[in-house]
Design a protein around this ligand. Structure first.
Ligand code: F0G
Length: 381
């Protein structure tokens, strides 16, 4: 049997482009290297000649893209001697923080909006032994509290305002370019704090220049924390398209939103932390922001699950929902190559999935006759 080196996570893989040294102790759970799946059925259903790929970030170790950033943030926190990390979260960041803190042997404190995070995410934070602080307020209030308390307590913030988070997350763009052999024409993402859209842009910018130095655009975003290694692969960069849930769409309103609301609880954010960076990304890439209402988001989630066998959480489906709108209107033209990031796994939020499922479920006696009847009457010819 041929020997294949064990995959040990994205820091090891992209060591030359990340702020680590040879003796840095890496805190990893084997994150990254997620599948880039080409949609086979949905383009046929919509009758458009487009190549749509989904980057299935739900297959990271804790079920979301946050692991890419968390491996970097916790690695650096440990390197700098920190014994505790803290974050505010709509759920996924808290799950990742809890898991990586457990792996590192340090303490995690997570602030979550009381009753407004999906069950799977709460289970993760609790199971990994984080101290869960539920606040009677939303994510934005939690974020402010985290910033305030970190001024007084010896805790490292691991929200995406921690610049190492974006450094880890930029590697998703590297993987996409390496698999496609070029950048896509459009990269669509759900936007909450707008950290991930910024991180992807950093990654694409680093791959688009062979100068061995930062391109201006990337420099604007990296906060001096990347170790750009040069060595160009591609010349093109995608248009970055950010979609928000209509009830939580500060980028569409052009100002902060105080009472955000959406079924996509992961992106229930009215005061994005990467506000200025994301506007720069839009300008530099020639992309745009748009919004989708909750019904459109849930319909895209279901379409993807039923037609392609891919299960993502509601917030993640916002990228596909928005892309389908823009493909339908022609804003994204036929002939385009599109990547939609599916930020989190569908199993994170079983309640919403079961609520909206229309799949036939019948309860019958435990007899051969009853089961046979159930099959015959539900058989699709
Ligand atoms: N999709 C999912 C599944 C998320 O959990 C988040 C953010 C986003 C998209 C938006 O990414 O903030 O970088 O624009 N979740 C954070 C959390 C806020 O606490 O888990 P962004």
């Amino acid at each position: 049997m041929p020997f294949r080196p064990r995959y040990t996570g994205l820091i090891e893989r992209y060591r030359d482009r990340l702020p680590v040294n040879d003796d840095t102790r890496l805190i990893s759970l084997g994150e990254g290297n997620t599948p880039l799946l080409k949609l086979n059925n949905i383009p046929k259903i919509i009758g458009k000649d487009v190549d749509i790929y989904v980057k299935y970030e739900g297959l990271n170790p804790t079920g979301s893209f946050k692991d890419r950033g968390m491996t970097m943030a916790v690695t650096k926190a440990v390197e700098e001697g920190s014994k505790a990390i803290i974050c505010a979260s709509t759920g996924n960041t808290s799950a990742a923080a809890a898991a990586y803190a457990a792996r590192a042997g340090i303490t995690a404190f997570v602030l979550i909006p009381d009753g407004k995070i999906a069950l799977g995410k709460l289970a993760q934070a609790m199971m990994h032994g984080a101290t869960v602080i539920q606040i009677k307020g939303n994510f934005d209030e939690g974020m402010q509290l985290v910033k305030d308390v970190a001024k007084e307590a010896p805790v490292t913030i691991v929200n995406s305002i921690n610049p190492y988070r974006l450094q880890g997350q930029k590697t998703a763009a590297f993987e996409i370019v390496e698999e496609l052999g070029r950048a896509p024409d459009y990269h669509c993402l759900p936007v909450g704090n707008a950290g991930n859209i910024t991180a992807h842009w950093i990654g694409y910018c680093e791959y688009s220049s062979n100068s061995g130095e930062h391109v201006t655009a990337a420099c604007a975003h990296c906060d001096g924390h990347c170790k750009y290694a040069g060595g160009a692969i591609v010349g093109n960069r995608p248009k970055m398209v950010g979609y928000q849930a209509a009830g939580s769409a500060p980028f569409m309103r052009g100002e902060m939103v105080d009472d955000p609301d959406t079924v996509a609880t992961a992106i229930r954010i009215g005061h994005p932390q990467s506000w200025e960076k994301a506007w720069l990304v839009k300008e530099e890439s020639g992309g745009w922001f748009d919004e989708c209402d909750d019904d459109t988001i849930l319909a895209a989630q279901k379409l993807l699950a039923e037609q392609e066998g891919i299960f993502c959480e509601p917030a993640s489906a916002t990228s596909l929902a928005g892309a389908l709108n823009d493909i339908a209107s022609g804003k994204i033209p036929e002939g385009s190559t599109i990547v939609c990031t599916l930020t989190g796994h569908g199993l994170k939020d079983p309640d919403i999935a079961i609520q909206q499922s229309t799949a036939p479920m019948v309860t019958v006696d435990a007899t051969l006759d009853a089961v046979r009847d159930a099959i015959v009457s539900n058989m699709v010819s």
